[in-house]
Ligand binder design. Structure first.
Ligand SMILES: *Cc1c(COP(=O)(O)O)cnc(C)c1O
Length: 313
């Protein structure tokens, strides 16, 4: 049942923004937010190898965990709905209604609220025992779909780019730019590039969250050298922190460039790119691929704040 053959459509678009043109830098956006009406973003690619493993083991569906705005659970529930397999989600915190949670319910995901303490226990030995007993036919997926399997699922992003370069009118490209949370997607690109092009990761979390060791661990496990990428802090002081400068930047970029951004990942990543471009960190004539990793479903809960902060003053 879980044998899913689906190659999402490739959408690559040039990004027309004044500050890019002024610096002579070209950006093409790999729109993972447009792969499907229900499933959006990088999370599908991280899930695909887990789905394949589940199919090999004869499982019927997947169970995973996340917060009440989780892009990961949203993609999993949407995939379950789209391809007709059962899903269960273990949620952090106390029961609450968010646009994400309402979608999870609509998609038919079985939800369980673990509280905060219960959620913190997710790394303990035996955590999964009770859930395995309750859902013997569901294959467990680690939080966010991380690790080497998730990274390997993201190596196809390079193939997607190569198949779409011509549509962009580009003879080649000089590197990747993307938001990093756990660094799994970035690690997948580094594996796919094997040193051919640099991968720049704009960290949506403070550097102290251990992204660098996580990326290194994935590369080491894959037998690759720890090279070919760079991480920079784009968190603006904390995960999911939204300030007026970021809000204004997102609204302005959308108006000018026509591409919707989310405040947690893609907005911060593009703002970090502008800062690099403006301080001369990106050579004139560069052609960069910006990965739109999705996240727009999570933006709904922040829409009002985004407008309020972004249009003030
Ligand atoms: C999860 C997520 C990321 C981060 O992906 P990692 O593989 O954890 O680095 C980036 N952007 C969006 C929109 C996400 O949902």
């Amino acid at each position: 049942m879980l044998e899913i053959r689906w190659s999402p459509p490739v959408s690559l678009q040039p990004l027309a923004l004044g500050w890019l043109a002024a610096a002579g830098v070209e950006v093409g956006v790999l729109r993972l937010d447009l792969i499907d009406p229900l499933i959006s973003g990088n999370k599908w690619y991280k899930l695909a190898p887990h789905l394949a493993a589940a199919a090999r083991q004869g499982a019927e569906g997947l169970i995973s965990l996340g917060g009440p705005h989780s892009n990961h659970l949203h993609a999993l529930a949407a995939a379950g709905r789209r391809f007709a397999f059962p899903t269960a989600g273990l949620l952090r915190g106390e029961p609450c209604e968010t646009p994400t949670v309402r979608d999870l319910q609509t998609f038919g995901m079985h939800l369980h609220w673990l509280g905060y303490g219960g959620y913190r226990a997710r790394h303990r030995d035996g955590f999964w025992d009770v859930w395995r007993e309750r859902y013997p036919r569901l294959h467990p997926v680690p939080e966010g779909g991380g690790g080497l399997p998730g990274a390997l699922g993201c190596t196809v992003l390079r193939d997607m780019l190569l198949s779409g370069l011509e549509a962009l009118g580009w003879p080649d490209y000089h590197g990747w730019w993307l938001a990093a949370g756990t660094g799994t997607t970035l690690a997948g690109l580094v594996l796919a590039e094997a040193g051919a092009h640099p991968v720049h990761g704009a960290l949506a979390v403070p550097a102290s969250h251990g992204v660098a060791p996580q990326v290194r661990a994935i590369l080491t496990e894959a037998g690759m050298a720890d090279v070919g990428y760079r991480l920079l802090d784009a968190s603006r002081g904390g995960f999911a922190r939204l300030d007026a400068g970021l809000a204004r930047f997102i609204l302005d970029s959308e108006r000018e460039g026509g591409i919707p951004l989310d405040p947690v990942y893609t907005g911060k990543a593009l703002l970090a790119l502008r800062e690099q471009v403006e301080c001369g960190g990106i050579p004139r004539g560069s052609r960069l691929v910006f990965v739109h990793t999705g996240g727009l479903q999570g933006r709904r809960a922040l829409a009002e704040r985004l407008q309020r902060l972004g249009t003030r003053g």
